[in-house]
Design a protein around this ligand. Structure first.
Ligand code: SIN
Length: 470
């Protein structure tokens, strides 16, 4: 076996549908490689449209009964799932490192982050409220109740192969929805291990279904976005794919939440604590070797502290060790695959790839307009606050933005001026189950995590009752 696990039954190589482990009807499989070694981790089923539709029907049938479960019962299921994740942190982390390449310590952090969404939404499930509203007609009484939206198609990315599953499935299950989860083709085994733990937690058959595909991904995606039984699609991935899925979903007008690409500005003002800003930059820019949607992409530094700040960043970056995620000294792993390497290369020039710091970048360069998704830190100098804000907002996307300043008034001014869904003020690590995660502009819509996340999986029903005034 390619992964050393204490509990070998966590490495599942079949899909999980209706509480059972199943192969593709065609018998086809695809191979998943460890990005550090290119050795095969294992193979898993190449689901097609018929397999996908069968899973959707299963989820639709399960919804009939699961929607009637009490919020407290759903809370207990999620809590049990959370406990099982925490009991298996090390094995789950080893699976993440094998399929994604991130260093084991980062994988452990991810497992705990992933589990925290199950804990969070186990606590939210019993706190779904409606309203009592004063009707305009004095002879009517008006209340709202919240209902689960229905079967949800959850399409998750490879960069957080556990956390992006639980951030979607946690609120879906808390709300009373059932799910068909398309695991990322590059890193499907975390999702399958989570399905195994969902099974052990006693989550009823058909509520969590996990399917896998590589070459058939576009067809499987089309099926999930057009099937009338799927009422909601939650997708994390690139903006171009989000646009395609939204178009496909329009045929049946599904409820959507999309967490798409970012191009995060990271501003260091002249009054910033530079050491705090360096720590923030390292946390934001180089997390998972630059492969998160909230990674700093354009680093804007006031000209008066520009050289000093870059020097401090270089001092830290030179201590990084790139290598196999299992290596004891490794601080940063590989990119996910060869195609991912091509993008930072295109931003840099041919035949060069490493943790990289680029100074004196100018607006209009490719790195300004595209998300790099790699470990390239690009620095720009600015002279005024307004110039920094204008540069920061000069983007079609608006997911995260960061800035560093010790001036309280400036902190409010700039936080309000940035056209993003999430702002880090004097902090570079903003991910938290309690925080609403999501973007504006072409970074998508909807919020994950937090008290808002469950709303994405609920609909509001109004009930008006006429009364006899006597
Ligand atoms: C992402 O990159 O999409 C998620 C990052 C996070 O949750 O911190």
């Amino acid at each position: 076996m390619a992964i050393q696990l204490s509990d070998t039954s966590l490495l599942r190589t079949e899909c999980y549908v209706d509480g059972k482990w199943v192969s593709a009807q065609s018998g086809k499989v695809f191979s998943v490689e460890n990005p550090s070694t290119t050795a095969q981790v294992a193979a898993c089923p190449e689901f097609d449209v018929a397999d996908t539709e069968a899973a959707i029907v299963v989820a639709q049938n399960a919804f009939k009964t699961y929607r009637k479960t009490t919020p407290r019962a759903r809370s207990k299921l999620l809590r049990r799932w959370y406990d099982l994740m925490m009991e298996n942190v090390d094995d789950l982390a080893r699976i993440i490192t094998a399929e994604n390449g991130k260093p084991l310590a980062d994988a452990v952090t991810e497992v705990k982050y992933a589990a925290s969404f199950l804990e969070w939404f186990s606590e939210e499930a019993p706190r779904i409220y409606g309203d009592t509203i004063q009707a305009s007609n004095p002879d009517c009484r008006l209340v709202t109740i919240k209902e689960p939206v229905g079967v949800c198609g959850l399409i998750a990315p490879w960069n957080f192969p556990a956390a992006m599953i639980t951030r979607k499935a946690g609120p879906a299950l808390a709300a009373g929805c059932t799910t068909v989860i398309k695991a990322p083709a590059e890193a499907p085994f975390s999702a399958l291990a989570l399905a195994e733990l969902a099974h052990r937690a006693g989550i009823p058959a058909g509520v969590v279904n996990v399917i896998t595909a590589l070459d058939n991904t576009p067809a499987v995606g089309l099926s999930m976005t057009t099937h009338p039984s799927i009422k909601k699609v939650s997708f994390t991935g690139s903006t171009p794919v989000g646009k395609l899925l939204m178009k496909q979903c329009s045929s049946t007008l599904k409820k959507l939440s999309f967490e798409l690409g970012g191009n995060a500005p990271f501003i260091v003002f002249e009054d910033a604590d530079l050491d705090v800003a360096v720590r923030g930059l390292v946390a934001s820019k180089f997390r998972i070797t630059g492969q998160t949607c909230v990674c700093a992409n354009r680093i804007l530094v006031h000209r008066s502290v520009y050289d000093a700040f870059i020097q401090k960043v270089l001092d830290v970056v030179r201590t990084f060790e790139i290598g196999d995620g299992l290596g004891e000294k490794t601080t940063h792993g590989p990119l996910i695959h060869g195609r991912a390497v091509a993008k930072p290369l295109a931003h840099l020039g041919p035949n060069f790839f490493d943790i990289t710091v680029l100074a004196d970048m100018k607006p209009g360069m490719k790195i300004c307009t595209e998300e790099t998704f790699g470990p390239v830190a690009a620095f720009f100098a600015f002279d005024t606050e307004q110039e920094a804000i204008d540069l920061a907002n000069d983007s079609d996307v608006g997911l995260a933005g960061y800035f560093f300043s010790k001036n309280a008034s400036r902190c409010w001014r700039v936080a309000e001026a940035l056209e993003v869904g999430m702002v880090g003020v004097n902090v570079g690590a903003i991910s938290d189950p309690a925080a609403p995660f999501g973007g504006v502009k072409q970074s998508g819509f909807g919020r994950e995590g937090s008290k808002y996340g469950i709303d994405e999986f609920l609909t509001t029903k109004m009930i008006m009752t006429g009364i006899d005034p006597q």
